[in-house]
Design a protein around this ligand. Structure first.
Ligand code: ATP
Ligand code: ZN
Length: 225
């Protein structure tokens, strides 16, 4: 595979960050048309290729230098960073800036009937999550031993299904928790979308393009503040 001289930007294919990621790049003057069936969208007016992938893949693609930039939730970035550090894989990237979308929090929640007296109430209990590393870091800080229940989806139904005592999941409005008879007890991580760059050194023209995009993003995000 030859190294591309076009700037590669990874964005979420479909999900909560995909529309806003595309809108941000378009507002910055990057013209492109997305074909839902295609992994890659080429810009017609700038030497930029968009890679449309699962959000979970974005931090690794940037840290391995497969793509130059990525737009990703800080929650996924931080989770992947801890995971890679523990495996001895490349785990570095440059966070260029936080963006103004994708706000959510990673929180502990328990069933409505649970008599919660603080995080020590979870001692020895089982907690379902898709974020085992962020959960472990928080529980270690608090000195709580708990048991894992790793689920990539349907985390919010785990207690009712008898799989776990509580959950650690993303929350924005709290409606999903309420619908599942759960209440939020501790916020363990607050997250926004962010734009990250690979630590690989770039040819001057590519770095100049990154700087141009970043300065436009700064303008767009600041204008909305
Ligand atoms: P993919 O198919 O790309 O793996 P996904 O199901 O993992 O998608 P989404 O649900 O689309 O991911 O969420 C993507 C990101 O959006 C989250 O990691 C988080 O940063 C952000 N986000 C904002 N609000 C919420 C919310 N209420 N619930 C989940 N994620 C949210
Ligand atoms: Zn995902």
């Amino acid at each position: 595979m030859s190294e591309s001289n076009r700037l590669r930007i990874a964005i979420q294919k479909s999900g909560r960050l995909s529309k806003e990621s595309q809108k941000l790049l378009k507002t910055c003057g990057v013209k492109f048309n997305v074909n839902e069936q295609r992994l890659i969208a080429h810009s017609d007016n700038m030497p930029i290729d968009l890679l449309r992938v699962r959000d979970d893949d974005i931090p690794g693609l940037v840290m391995d230098g497969v793509v130059d930039l990525g737009i990703i939730g800080e929650n996924v970035l931080e989770e992947e960073q801890i995971e890679r550090q523990s495996l001895g894989k490349p785990a570095e990237c440059i966070k260029l800036r936080e963006l103004d979308f994708g706000a959510c929090r990673l929180s502990l929640a328990v069933p409505n009937e649970f008599d919660y007296q603080g995080v020590s109430s979870l001692e020895g209990l089982r907690i379902a999550t898709s974020y085992p590393n962020l959960l472990r870091r928080y529980m270690e800080q608090k000195g709580i031993n708990y048991r894992d229940c790793m689920l990539k989806g349907s985390v919010e139904v785990a207690p009712r299904a008898g799989l776990s005592d509580g959950i650690c999941d993303l929350v924005s409005t709290g409606a999903t928790l309420e619908a599942n008879g759960l209440y939020e007890t501790d916020v363990i991580y607050r997250s926004m979308a962010c734009i990250i760059q690979s630590t690989q050194s770039q040819p001057d023209d590519k770095q100049a393009l990154i700087n141009k995009i970043l300065s436009r993003i700064n303008g767009v995000v600041r204008a909305k503040e």
